[in-house]
Design a protein. Structure first.
Length: 64
């Protein structure tokens, strides 16, 4: 059975050149995902994020 992996926009989600790869690589970091979840209700300052996200180092918070 031949499967079509292309999206309605003409991209193939399984090809490295697909823009979705960039997004997935960014979201692969647990800290990026947790940061996005923490910010879903609005802006937070770095200190507020650090208190909310137990275990994140200042360096990782800055890089995220």
């Amino acid at each position: 059975m031949d499967s079509d992996n292309s999206t309605p926009f003409g991209y193939d989600a399984f090809r490295r050149t697909c823009p979705s790869h960039t997004v997935l690589e960014m979201l692969a970091s647990k800290w990026v995902y947790l940061t996005v979840c923490a910010l879903r209700r609005g802006r937070l300052r770095n200190g507020e994020l650090a208190r909310k996200m137990e275990g994140i180092t200042p360096k990782m918070l800055t890089q995220t």
